[in-house]
Design a binder for this molecule. Structure first.
Ligand code: C2E
Ligand code: MG
Ligand code: MG
Ligand code: MG
Length: 279
């Protein structure tokens, strides 16, 4: 009887699921299969030193080569990967790919990898970073890990311990999407970040909004006084780059230089000074 009830409940749940929940369940199954079928790929976007124009790093950005749906951007699957915990495996894949790709690049070009808050909390994190470095032979100082403020919101003691452990390994830590969260300034005091990435939303409004300009000026100034590198995200035109240069922003990343592209295009992105057609 209990069994029958259970089944009945299950069936009711299935037919009662709204379209969104069904779509998510399908996506979850698809993600699991995609991991087995090796459909994920790290793309890379160059980051340039503003003063010299040199490519100093690439950010690894995850893509899903879906057999039917084509290339899928992370916004379309990372939230579900986080809810289901699959992000841990996905994140390990990106770490391994990024480290082994970067090991083939010139020694003065770093690689940045995004860490999900879920991945950050997982007990495997330190081991997977250690393994990725060991397997690739990449020097730890060439790996930057990007975290967002949401990582710092939760469980601060454990979070700080993990950050310090990573730092002790020689890995650098960046604060991503700066300015989009809550109390950004206190985070800068809680941990000595190596880099602040100024969110794209401030850069895109640079030329048209006085307040965005003022915020960028404040953040680059803050970076200078604290000895933290500042990177502007989403730089799309020369006017923005010029304003950033004038404010002393250290690094710039954006479509002006290149969209994210496959690892096989890294040599091209290193050699060409500027714009590349979109991938
Ligand atoms: P993010 O870490 O802030 O990465 C920057 C995003 O801005 C990328 O989007 C990049 O393609 C986009 N972008 C760069 N320059 C420009 C520009 O000039 N204009 C515009 N409009 N966009 C630009 P993408 O690749 O779609 O990734 C979105 C977000 O997904 C990332 O934001 C990051 O939070 C997350 N993500 C990507 N790859 C991974 C990953 O391997 N692991 C985790 N946990 N998250 C990832
Ligand atoms: Mg990032
Ligand atoms: Mg960002
Ligand atoms: Mg962002």
């Amino acid at each position: 009887r209990a069994k029958a009830d259970g089944r009945g409940t299950y069936r009711f749940f299935e037919t009662g699921m709204d379209a969104r929940a069904q779509a998510r369940r399908l996506l979850e199954m698809d993600l699991r299969a995609a991991l087995l079928r090796d459909e994920f790929e790290a793309y890379y976007q160059p980051i340039r030193d503003v003063a010299s124009g040199r490519v100093v790093a690439f950010e690894a950005l995850l893509r899903w080569n879906h057999p039917q749906r084509g290339l899928i951007a992370p916004i379309n699957f990372i939230p579900v990967a986080e809810e289901t915990g699959l992000i841990v495996q996905l994140g390990e894949f990106v770490l391994r790919s990024a480290c082994s790709d970067a090991a083939t690049w010139p020694d003065d070009v770093d690689v940045a990898v995004n860490l999900s808050p879920v991945q950050f909390k997982s007990p495997n994190l330190i081991a997977s970073v250690t393994d990725a470095l060991a397997a690739s032979g990449l020097a730890a100082r060439r790996l930057e890990l990007e975290i967002t403020e949401s990582v710092l919101l939760q469980n601060s003691e454990a979070t700080l311990t993990t950050l310090h452990e990573l730092r002790a390994m020689g890995v650098r830590i960046s604060l991503d999407d700066f300015g989009t969260g809550y109390s950004s300034l206190s985070y800068l005091r809680s941990f000595p970040f190596d880099k602040i990435k100024i969110d794209r939303s401030f850069v895109s409004e640079l030329a048209t909004r006085e307040d965005s300009m003022a915020i960028i000026r404040a953040v680059t100034g803050l970076g200078r006084s604290l000895g933290i590198v500042t990177t502007a995200e989403g730089v799309e035109n020369d006017a923005q780059l010029e304003l950033l240069r004038r404010e002393g922003c250290t690094q710039a990343q954006g479509y002006l230089f290149s969209k994210p592209r496959p690892a096989s295009d890294v040599a091209l992105m290193l050699n060409r000074p500027r714009l590349l057609a979109s991938a």
